[in-house]
Write a protein that binds this ligand. Structure first.
Ligand code: SF4
Length: 225
């Protein structure tokens, strides 16, 4: 369900630009299926060719951090996912993540993998994309993020083709990613047949988790669901 977002009353450095806050089911990652409050921050410096949240590139409204926390609490869910856009493109996101953890939520962060994660609170489960060549943004991968990952984090590849799959398989092996955290492979929606990706993973006994985005199956990717 979409939530009407009030304009912040006064200017303040303690505020973030938001596209939406809504309650839904987590559609991917280790927390898949949990009722979750999504805090979608506005803006992203990347332009992945398959992006399904381009509506979050611009616009949005300024929210005081206290107002965000109150709106999250109003929804009454234990899980909170801070997403975008690229949430870390707004520096104040680091403080918001800490405050959500302090308030006792199970917090996850969906990030493009292009921005340094070293300041993110370690209580946050960081879901870090590694951009494949098929995304057209692979040159943005910040490889220095990988040694910062812990078993609490997750790495995600959106795979667009067989070439992408082989590239991703090579990165998984080169960086020994499954020794550190969960590794998620998803097919790029409408670009790769899910059963092809599933067959390749099984044939290779690849130590990664196949995922389909639940919200696209349930609600055909409507914004706010
Ligand atoms: S990083 Fe995410 S939000 Fe940004 S363009 Fe890529 S898919 Fe879209």
């Amino acid at each position: 369900m979409n939530t009407v977002i009030p304009e912040a009353a006064v200017a303040s450095p303690d505020r973030l630009r938001l596209t939406e806050i809504f309650l839904s089911l987590q559609g991917e990652s280790r927390s898949i299926g949990w009722p979750t409050v999504f805090v979608r921050l506005t803006g992203c410096p990347l332009r992945c060719q398959y992006c399904d949240t381009a509506y979050a590139f611009h616009g949005g409204q300024w929210w005081e951090t206290d107002a965000i926390l109150a709106e999250v609490a109003r929804h009454g869910a234990r899980h909170v996912c801070v997403t975008g856009g690229e949430p870390l493109a707004q520096k104040r996101c680091i403080g918001l993540l800490k405050q959500l953890c302090d308030a006792g939520y199970e917090v996850s962060l969906e990030t493009s993998g292009a921005i340094d994660i070293s300041d993110v609170d370690l209580r946050v489960s960081r879901v870090l994309d590694i951009k494949t060549p098929g995304s057209l943004e692979a040159h943005r991968n910040l490889w220095s993020n990988l040694p910062l990952l812990t078993p609490h984090d997750q790495v995600k590849f959106v795979v667009c083709s067989r070439d992408d799959y082989e590239w991703a398989r090579g990165i998984v092996a080169e960086h020994r990613l499954p020794d550190t955290c969960d590794v998620l492979f998803s097919p790029s929606f409408s670009q790769l047949k899910p059963s092809d990706l599933a067959d390749w993973i099984v044939a290779d006994r690849l130590p990664v988790r196949f995922q389909l985005q639940l919200h696209k199956i349930l609600w055909n990717d409507e914004p706010g669901r």
